[in-house]
Design a protein around this ligand. Structure first.
Ligand SMILES: C[S@@+](CC[C@H](N)C(=O)[O-])C[C@H]1O[C@@H](n2cnc3c(N)ncnc32)[C@H](O)[C@@H]1O
Length: 253
């Protein structure tokens, strides 16, 4: 199948229906995504900032933080960031039709820049990176590259935060689903320390109960290894968290 041939199916999977392809021997590159925007097949688009991400953004105190949203789509979260007074927002997306629209929307706003490009080649340093339906849009074999690139883009104290699907889809993606136990090793091996990854109660309704909210930072030499209680997968966490984990487990003995 060529890059431009896109088979769509009507399903009701977690609000992602119109973007879903039957099979995924597709090249998920510029042409594929541009075609989705030009033909209006944007079933992933919530039409508003995700409530879980709004809640997260509300916890961020430093309005000068360098914020990146990769695979930004219509970037409702970016508008929310600007409305809250954030001064350094960067968006990157691979679809020219979308990026042109965003670039003209924000042409006179010095607080936001919109980049047309491939995330996997993007360079820079960011304090906050926001994930929403970008991880699920890339081929699963690219997941370790995703984490490695995120690690490169994060500043030493930076944080990658956002939403990952906690569900499997009936068809080959995008979206490509998964679960926490499947995701954790990618983060660990790619050099990111997962500080939180739990089902969120703040999903937009079509995705309720099917999304994990997560936060991750760059692993440090002072981080120590802990075991995720649910998966039994070893993860790196800060010393403080390790001590707390040990204490909690000591209490149970
Ligand atoms: C499922 S959409 C999600 C859009 C947006 N995050 C949202 O939640 O509405 C995936 C987005 O990632 C973009 N994308 C896919 N691969 C990309 C890549 N390698 N680099 C940058 N953007 C990419 C697509 O153009 C598309 O806008």
């Amino acid at each position: 199948m060529s890059e431009n041939q896109v088979n769509t199916v009507e399903t009701s999977n977690a609000g992602m229906e119109a973007c879903c392809v039957v099979q995924c021997d597709l090249v998920l590159g510029e042409n594929y995504w541009n075609n989705q925007y030009e033909s209006g097949k944007t079933g992933w688009d919530l039409g508003m900032a995700s409530p879980a991400l709004v809640k997260y953004i509300d916890t961020l105190e430093n309005k000068q933080a360098r914020v990146l949203i990769p695979g930004c789509g219509n970037a409702y979260e970016a508008q929310y960031l600007l409305d809250q007074g954030f001064t350094d927002v960067t968006l990157i997306d691979i679809a020219p039709a979308l990026v042109e629209k965003l670039q003209s929307k924000y042409a006179n706003n010095p607080h936001i820049q919109v980049v047309l490009g491939d995330f996997f080649e993007f360079e820079g340093q960011f304090d906050v990176i926001i994930e929403q339906t970008f991880f699920c849009a890339i081929q699963p074999y690219m997941r370790s590259e995703y984490v490695k690139r995120m690690r490169k883009l994060l500043s030493a104290e930076g944080e990658l935060a956002g939403l990952l699907f906690d569900t499997r889809f009936e068809f080959d993606g995008p979206p490509f689903g998964g679960c926490k136990c499947e995701y954790l090793p990618f983060f660990d091996e790619g050099g990111l320390r997962v500080d939180e990854m739990e089902i969120t109660a703040n999903s937009a309704s079509p995705r309720a109960g099917k999304e994990l909210f997560f936060r991750a930072g760059v692993k440090k030499s002072t981080d120590a290894c802990v075991e995720d209680a649910a998966c039994g997968i070893k993860q790196y966490a800060s010393i403080a968290e390790k001590l707390q984990w040990n204490n909690t487990n000591q209490d149970k003995k």
